[in-house]
Design a binder for this molecule. Structure first.
Ligand code: GLY
Length: 404
């Protein structure tokens, strides 16, 4: 008996040590890669075919850096990565770069044409405010929340994701759960509870209509804006309407975890746990825990993976592990995902124009960004590594303390 306990204890020590080792090695690697990227950006900007490009997004078929303007939904992730590097290292060099690249995204606070204002502003300015408490960032967050709120229709009870889709008058995508973090934060900063109320209503409407009995989610629910009825249940980036698009399952897991953090409403915790169960027990989850791009892709095991889905899920699992009675299981899952990414999905040092992770899938049905590096994979990977490291040190996954 004693021997078994000793073996278990040693096993846990080894797991803990390797997890810590992971962040200690992976973050310095991410710093070196980001140095490469910062050097590659000026030339990529010069060669860009689009005007006003500010952030890196992915690589093209020739292996060149694809730069995007701030209006692209991915624009806030690179500044967010720079904030995460600053948070971990306290190196002023990363803070300076983060401030520069965050400033490029700020005009998006006024764009009423997309729900992505949440992704863009919260990953950049939101992290900047969290770590600096700069009053200007606070104003931008509040303005962005006002802008996002204009997309809420009380009849539907949800924020509209996209405009101008003939086939879908009022599409709401599962990804939209991620934008709620901006609204919760803006209510805390401004005292205006309307943002928080919208976030709660959106989360409740999504819980009612986006999920199937097994707690996998549809990608798109299209509502009748006059009656609020859920009219279409379809996909945009997944394999089929009825399939489980991997990144979408990650957005849902992360979204309900953050809703529980902000409200302590047990319905959100239960929802996150049910989504976690779908992911963890899925027979199509590969042994290394980096999902195929869709859990129902027809060509599994030859289907492309989506490293970004693993990174989003890992980060969410770390946070959920601190709220749930299943915490140990979730943390183990997060460690497995993060460690797999570190071991087998990282770029070769100095290569891939400084991207950190390879093997993400952006939009398979459109034949776009398949098996490539993408900046949102790097962002959530860094976030997961930070969370792993903080948990190893016995700290909460998130800090709002000023970093100097
Ligand atoms: N929000 C779009 C995506 O996850 O690709």
């Amino acid at each position: 008996m004693k021997k078994i306990h000793l073996t278990l204890a040693l096993g846990m020590l080894v797991t803990a040590a390797s997890a810590q080792h992971n962040a200690k090695k992976a973050i310095p690697f991410a710093e070196k890669q980001t140095d490469v990227m910062l050097k590659a950006i000026p030339q990529a900007k010069e060669k860009a075919t689009k005007p006003n490009v500010v952030s890196p997004r992915t690589l093209n078929a020739a292996g060149e850096l694809v730069m995007i303007p701030s209006r692209d939904w991915v624009s806030g992730f690179f500044p967010g990565e720079l904030w995460y590097l600053f948070e971990y290292t306290h190196d002023q060099k990363w803070k300076d770069a983060a401030k520069t690249y965050t400033a490029f995204i700020e005009p998006e606070q006024f764009d009423k044409g997309t729900h992505d204002v949440g992704f863009k502003i919260y990953c950049s300015v939101g992290n900047g405010y969290r770590l600096t408490k700069d009053a200007h960032y606070k104003d931008v967050i509040i303005q962005a929340a006002k802008t996002l709120s204009t997309r809420f229709n009380p009849k539907v009870g949800a924020i509209k994701s996209w405009d101008g889709r003939k086939e879908w008058p009022y599409p709401v995508i599962i990804d939209n759960m991620m934008n709620l973090e901006l609204l919760f934060e803006a209510s805390k900063l401004s005292g205006d509870t309307s943002f928080r109320n919208i976030a709660i209503k959106h989360a409740n409407t999504t819980m009612k209509n986006h999920f199937r009995p097994d707690f996998s989610s549809y990608h798109v629910i299209d509502y009748d804006p006059e009656t609020g009825a859920a009219v279409h249940k379809q996909t945009h980036q997944g394999y089929a309407d009825a399939s489980a698009w991997a990144r979408g399952q990650g957005w849902g897991l992360y979204g309900y975890t953050l809703c529980y953090r902000e409200t302590k409403d047990l319905r959100y915790l239960k929802q996150a746990e049910a989504i976690a169960k779908f992911i963890m027990t899925n027979p199509n989850m590969p042994a290394d825990k980096v999902p195929y791009w869709d859990f129902n892709a027809p060509d599994i095991p030859n289907a492309p993976r989506d490293a970004s889905a693993a990174a989003i899920m890992a980060s969410a699992f770390y946070e959920l592990s601190t709220y749930s009675k299943n915490g140990k299981q979730y943390r183990k899952m997060a460690d497995e995902m993060t460690n797999s990414l570190s071991k087998n999905y990282q770029a070769k040092p100095g290569e891939s124009q400084g991207f950190i992770l390879l093997h993400s899938t952006g939009h398979k049905p459109a034949n776009s960004e398949i098996d490539v590096p993408i900046s949102y994979a790097d962002y959530y990977y860094l976030e997961a590594l930070l969370r792993q490291d903080r948990l190893e040190k016995g700290k909460p996954v998130l800090t709002w303390q000023i970093v100097n």
